[in-house]
Write a protein that binds this ligand. Structure first.
Ligand code: 5AD
Ligand code: SF4
Length: 458
């Protein structure tokens, strides 16, 4: 029997890539095991976005070393695989396959070679590939949300970012293929879809049929689809028709993740972000003028080379001005191959730590106010987790806010329920259910039960 175990790190794109890898393996006759000791093939889907990712990967591969000799095979996938390439074989000779995400479409062939006993298989397509990894064999492991990759790769070359080198050039799927997948997902009982791309709103339909905003609307029109989300948007390509599509299409969620990275125009220029503070704030003004209450979230880097106290202050005031509902703050770290590697990493670690702490503390106060505005409101919540130790169920609002609530019955995961908000914290809301929950499709419930027995992804 062919068995595999997969371990996944990184962003939603990576998690969803693993769903596609798992689906491909299942289709090739493998079965998934929960314990790596029972696996004939161990796959490790890696991330290299920040910090010393390569070191962590080699550390983990060293642990795999102990398991050799049991006839096991090892494969390294994802961004570190692409970045380090065949060097991985030198440092970890027991690894037989190294493949970056732009080669996954060749996975069936690579698996056949692995089974034939080859030990130096590489899938390291460079930036030039214009193929996407479309497969109908996707393991749907999230119990309530179906992911669809609509665009792979990135052509933006932000100075700090490794993604354009690890994921290759931008290439979009045809809108017809995206819509066909959306329909398949809806047929599996999912009511929530998240469209994915490192740079999702740079989407260009190869068939020329639909703009990104039109694709959003078309996905939202799908049978049974109640929530459509999309990440990650780039401000440079954020167009007004995206806001208009939200206004017109009830299924589009009230949430836009629009990473600014810095509030200082000088730093944005050094980062090669291709917009200024004012340009960004103009897009924010569009979202605030929308008929719907669009929640905004962001990624922010502190301590980019040359960031002065004034630059950092600009980031703080930008956050005040926008009033984000959440930010993901990161200390700048040097990444291999990126343009910023030639800039001195001039901000001392201690300053980065302090700036991040100041940013997070300031943001927490903004969120205290933002979340407080929901007190007394009643909102539809999609159930994501069963009851915790305090008997609270956890779900999410259309704005992507976590809502913990009590309920006189046990709502199914993936169902919707109206919750009245009685308490607000800086990053979660508390309430009580005021309606009966909806009933998810039996197909979805059956799939959830199957995944619970054999967890496909951690
Ligand atoms: N250092 C710190 N943060 C980074 N990010 C990307 N590259 C780096 C880096 N070298 C952050 C950005 C991006 C998020 C996914 O990770 O904020 O939006
Ligand atoms: Fe990285 Fe910039 Fe591309 Fe985002 S847009 S993946 S930050 S290069």
């Amino acid at each position: 029997m062919k068995t595999f175990f997969i371990e996944t790190f990184g962003c939603q794109m990576n998690a969803h890539d693993s769903e596609k890898v798992v689906g491909t393996l299942l289709n090739e006759g493998y079965s998934q095991v929960v314990d790596e000791a029972d696996a004939g093939l161990i796959l490790y889907n890696t991330c290299s976005i920040r910090d010393k990712a390569e070191q962590k990967v080699f550390h983990r591969l060293n642990e795999y070393k102990r398991m050799q000799g049991e006839g096991k095979k090892f494969a390294v996938l994802g961004c570190v695989a692409q970045q380090e390439g065949a060097k991985i074989f030198e440092k970890a000779p027991y690894v037989s396959m190294v493949a970056g995400s732009s080669s996954y479409r060749n996975l069936p062939d690579m698996l056949a070679r692995l089974e034939a006993g080859e030990t130096r298989i590489t899938g390291l397509d460079d930036r030039e590939t214009d193929q996407t990894f479309d497969t109908e064999f996707t393991a749907r492991t999230n119990p309530h949300r179906g992911y669809i990759t609509i665009i792979e790769g990135c052509d933006k070359f932000c100075a700090y970012c490794v993604v354009p080198y690890t994921r290759g050039k931008e290439r979009s799927r045809s809108s017809a293929s995206v819509l066909a997948e959306a329909q398949r997902i809806a047929g599996q009982g999912f009511t929530e879809i998240q469209l994915l791309g490192q740079n999702v709103n740079s989407y260009v339909d190869p068939s020329g049929r639909r703009s990104f905003a039109e694709l959003l609307a078309a996905v939202g029109e799908g049978n049974g689809i109640q929530r459509v989300r999309f990440t990650t948007s780039h401000p440079r390509h954020f167009t007004r028709d995206i806001v208009e599509a939200s206004d017109a299409m009830p299924a589009l969620c009230d949430h836009i993740h629009l990473p600014v990275q810095s509030g200082s125009t000088d730093i944005l220029r050094a980062m090669n972000r291709e917009y200024t503070r004012d340009w960004y704030l103009e897009r924010i003004a569009w979202t605030k003028a929308a008929r719907r209450d669009l929640s905004l979230t962001s990624d922010i880097i502190v301590g980019f080379p040359g960031e002065t106290d004034k630059d950092f202050e600009d980031t703080l005031t930008l956050c005040d001005e926008v009033g984000y509902d959440a930010i993901f703050g990161f200390k700048y770290s040097t990444r291999p191959n990126t343009p910023a590697i030639h800039m001195a990493d001039s901000i001392p670690e201690q300053v980065k730590v302090e700036r991040l702490a100041i940013l997070n503390a300031r943001q927490r106060e903004l969120q205290r106010v933002n979340y407080g505005r929901h007190l007394g409101q009643t909102m539809p919540v999609m159930v994501e987790h069963g009851a915790n130790a305090r008997g609270q169920i956890t779900g999410r609002s259309t704005q992507n806010k976590t809502v913990n609530f009590t309920c006189d019955h046990i709502p199914a995961i993936g169902s919707y329920i109206d919750v009245r908000i009685t308490q607000a914290f800086p990053s979660s809301l508390v309430g009580e259910a005021v309606s009966r929950s909806t009933t998810p499709s039996p197909v979805l419930l059956a799939q959830q039960a199957l995944n619970a027995r054999v967890p496909v992804l951690a």
